[in-house]
Design a protein around this ligand. Structure first.
Ligand code: SF4
Ligand code: SF4
Length: 436
């Protein structure tokens, strides 16, 4: 059986921090589902510690447990001892991959294709996006559904088809110039990160983000070609690839010339703010990575921090509720700012969503790897959305956005019929001031 390496190398104080109080248990979606200790944060930390102490080996069962965990970090928010679950979780998944206990041709091929090839090359990711766009715009997808083509595919692949994101007509670099300046002298100079899924499926949200930044006196630098932030790699046990992508990100920007590096995707932002730790052992990048961390801001966090201008017009809707991306609220602790942005819009009534910070089941690629549990969480979210009785839900992460869109489409007749972002509603309100 493979011996542990990475969990052993981890600072032992991180493994020791858990005092077994159990306060995280009611906040953990997988524990609440099964009531099994091993499916809880406390249970998982005990397993990790036992492996680091050579009391257990890295097995397939350990891997299954680590991949059943959503990585939602709700436990981290609940923990009075300040357990760094994010670091434990990423190290444990990397341990599993290093031990190769999950070997299997199909899994290995898809991981290699997505993590080592597509998400390492921005041009290739956009090429995949263009092919998908063509497939969707020519209605080939509709025809294939009519011909029941997907019934011929393996069940697991066929189940993914309805979840394929609708690819935007234009990507971010076709909507945003590399440098855009506000009227008058800029108050700030910021870089805008356009993301991967956000760029392919929600480039309009990137345009909205740039517009909101411009309306608040920022000069906006948006590189036409941007690397993946590496969060997908770090959360799936590929820490070396995540480090390589972090280095590429740092090299792509002149940090000294920027006041902030803006992200509008909760999952990416949470990872982007941790480059300092990810690269702490790299003599060439460690110091720059720490500077990088201080400059990364979620767009809502930045707007509130810099005293954004309240719009004078409405956003064209009356009521909204808000679903919190796990990595925005638990990972980045950005909780009140998106609500403040929504509350600033004239005529917009905010309705609090019950369990707004409970995971929607998207969790990176969890909806692909653990479809059953993902669907249970989505159902719970849709029920809560029904209780909120708002026609529009705002969220701030492309994964959550897609999960909610797919869920609302599948259930039909739901009282909520639009998924959007707080920053998009603010952009709409600013445009309404100009009569657009
Ligand atoms: S990250 Fe989420 S699913 Fe995993 S142990 Fe913590 S609360 Fe539970
Ligand atoms: S709340 Fe923190 S200290 Fe308590 S059991 Fe959970 S992880 Fe351990």
């Amino acid at each position: 059986m493979p011996q542990a390496k990475l969990l052993k190398e981890l600072d032992y104080s991180v493994l020791q921090q858990c005092m077994h109080c159990g306060m995280c248990l009611p906040t953990c979606p997988t524990y609440v589902e099964t009531k099994l200790e091993r499916n809880s944060p406390r249970g998982r930390i005990s397993l990790m510690r036992a492996i680091a102490d050579d009391e257990l080996e890295v097995t397939r069962a350990f891997s299954d447990e680590m991949y059943y965990c959503l990585g939602c970090l709700a436990c981290q928010t609940a923990c009075p001892a300040g357990v760094n679950y994010a670091e434990l979780f990423e190290t444990a998944r990397a341990e599993v991959e290093l031990a190769e206990v999950n070997d299997g041709m199909q899994r290995g091929f898809w991981r290699w294709l997505s993590l080592n090839v597509i998400f390492m090359h921005p041009w290739l990711l956009r090429l995949v996006g263009r092919v998908l766009r063509l497939y969707q715009s020519t209605k080939l997808d509709v025809l294939m559904r009519k011909l029941r083509f997907f019934g011929l595919m393996p069940k697991s692949l066929a189940a993914l088809e309805p979840q394929t994101p609708r690819i935007a007509e234009k990507f971010s670099h076709e909507l945003i110039l590399p440098v855009e300046s506000p009227p008058g002298k800029p108050k700030h100079r910021v870089a805008l990160l356009t993301g991967c899924v956000q760029d392919l499926a929600f480039s309009n949200i990137n345009r909205d983000t740039a517009d909101v930044l411009l309306a608040n006196g920022c000069e906006v630098i948006t590189l036409a070609s941007q690397h993946c932030c590496g969060s997908l790699h770090a959360h799936n046990g590929e820490l070396e690839l995540a480090r390589e992508l972090a280095r590429r990100q740092i090299d792509s920007l002149d940090l000294d010339s920027l006041d902030a590096i803006i992200t509008n995707a909760g999952g990416c932002g949470s990872h982007l703010k941790g480059y300092g730790h990810l690269l702490h052992g790299d003599p060439f990048y460690a110091a720059r990575a720490r500077v990088w961390d201080t400059k990364v801001k979620d767009v809502h966090e930045w707007l509130v921090q810099t005293g954004f201008r309240k719009p004078a017009a409405g956003a064209g809707i009356d009521e909204v509720t808000y679903h919190e991306s796990c990595h925005l609220c638990h990972g980045q602790k950005v909780v009140s700012q998106p609500r403040q942005v929504l509350a600033s819009i004239p005529g917009l009534k905010f309705k609090e969503l019950p369990e707004s910070n409970w995971c929607c089941g998207s969790a990176g690629i969890y909806n692909i790897t653990q479809p059953e549990q993902s669907q249970k969480l989505l159902k719970r979210k849709l029920e809560n959305l029904e209780l909120a009785k708002a026609p529009v839900v705002a969220t701030s992460n492309p994964g959550c956005h897609l999960q909610l869109v797919n869920g609302l489409k599948a259930c039909g007749g739901h009282s909520c019929h639009e998924v959007t972002q707080p920053v998009t509603l603010l952009a709409r309100a600013y445009r309404a001031e100009q009569g657009c």
